[in-house]
Design a protein around this ligand. Structure first.
Ligand code: SF4
Ligand code: SF4
Length: 188
């Protein structure tokens, strides 16, 4: 082996060693950092960001009246045809929905219904825990939609939580702010 070949071999060896040292540094860095596995749903819960599109809800106006004027625009624009609105007129000639149902089993949570609504009546909120063994349970009516959680004000963190199996596998949380899980993962 010539001297030049020997030097080249030495530099390649050092290159591999530097690569190995960098990988080991990353491994040890993760070994001694906070675990990123979320203990959901027993001990921890993810708070969605305000922009998250979860379960729909219907808004009321300042007098407590449902804002929806039953124009059916949301039903028309829905690509899944999963909204059903049946209008009626009250004694003052105002339109409201006598029936307003969303089949959340078919919904793809695109948010088009929220965008199309001229009355700021429908929106997609922060709730994401509504799975069921029966698709019939996922058809949600007007009165239930009026009680669903609205959009998160803050969010994007992990908080301590407690599983409550007596309430249909819901998670109760006592905190509103949590630690930044993404920052831990991305190591920024
Ligand atoms: S989010 Fe999209 S798919 Fe779901 S009900 Fe609204 S328009 Fe339809
Ligand atoms: S929720 Fe909005 S778009 Fe849908 S029927 Fe009511 S007012 Fe119209």
């Amino acid at each position: 082996m010539s001297h030049a070949q020997h030097r080249l071999g030495t530099w390649i060896g050092w290159g591999f060693f530097a690569d190995l040292a960098s990988a080991l540094a990353l491994t040890f860095g993760y070994m001694f950092s906070r675990p990123v596995t979320m203990q959901y749903p027993d001990q921890e819960k993810w708070l969605p960001y305000p922009r998250y599109r979860g379960h729909h809800y219907l808004n009321r106006d300042e007098t407590g009246e449902i804002k929806c004027v039953a124009c059916e625009l949301c039903a028309k624009i829905c690509p899944c045809d999963c909204i059903e609105v049946v209008p009626y007129e009250d004694e003052n000639g105002k339109r409201h929905p006598i029936k307003f149902e969303i089949d959340t089993a078919r919904c793809l949570f695109c948010g088009l219904c929220e965008d199309a609504c001229p009355a700021d009546a429908i929106a997609l909120g922060q709730q994401y825990e509504f799975s069921s063994f029966s698709s019939g349970d996922l058809v949600i009516g007007r009165d239930d939609l009026l009680t669903k959680p609205h959009k998160a004000v803050t969010g994007g963190g992990v908080v301590a939580a407690r599983l409550n199996t007596k309430k249909d596998v819901l998670v109760e949380t006592k905190e509103t702010q949590g630690y930044n899980w993404w920052r831990n993962i991305r190591r920024t």
